[in-house]
Design a protein around this ligand. Structure first.
Ligand SMILES: [Zn+2]
Length: 194
């Protein structure tokens, strides 16, 4: 699907909100991604996972790895479409590890997936998992890239939806200037904005 179709799908799922939002960074924006809404309807997630899998169909992927929580659901779905296995990177202290008897073959080509790319922190933690097992990064796939394509990880980085969410200092916010009331998403929402 193209970027416009992806935007429609996100909006239909209730994952793309428009309004006047105070982000966790303190900046104001007219858009907010409520990413977990994408995981409510398995058919929606399946469409997105199939699309992401197609983008890496020619990259000789051996295994798909995702970080908890949403990333492991996505890893499962993308791996199913690519016909390969999935691995789940769980948080342990300041880093991520494979637990519960999971491992990666040294030299295996790993596609790392996650739901939203904002700062790349979770992806980098997953790269640490690959390094600890001697596996190779074959690509990074995300449902939505909020950086507008600015972050790369030394391997093809592809997204279903690529958006550059405009964010303003409160003093420069057009909606503040227009007197529009602001929605400050609660801590539950802020936690999901990472
Ligand atoms: Zn504002």
């Amino acid at each position: 699907m193209d970027n416009h179709e992806a935007l429609d799908l996100f909006a239909q799922a209730g994952a793309l909100l428009t309004g006047h939002f105070k982000l966790s960074s303190g900046l104001h924006s007219d858009q907010y991604l409520e990413k977990f809404r994408l995981f409510e309807d398995p058919r929606t997630l399946d469409l997105l996972a199939a699309d992401l899998a197609r983008r890496f169909a020619d990259d000789r992927i051996d295994v798909v790895l995702g970080p908890t929580t949403a990333g492991i659901i996505l890893a499962y779905a993308v791996a199913l479409h690519l016909g390969v296995e999935a691995r789940y990177a769980e948080r342990e202290g300041d880093e991520r590890r494979l637990r519960r008897g999971q491992a990666l073959e040294p030299g295996s080509r790993v596609l790392v997936v996650d739901d939203i790319l904002t700062t790349g922190g979770s992806i980098r933690e997953c790269l640490g998992v690959l390094a600890s097992h001697g596996a190779a990064l074959a690509g990074v796939g995300v449902l939505a890239d909020r950086t507008g394509g600015e972050l790369t990880f030394g391997a093809p980085t592809r997204s279903v939806l690529c958006v550059k969410v405009a964010a303003f200092d409160p003093g420069d916010c057009p909606q503040c200037a227009a007197g529009s009331p602001i929605t400050a998403p609660g801590t539950r929402h802020l936690a999901s904005a990472s």
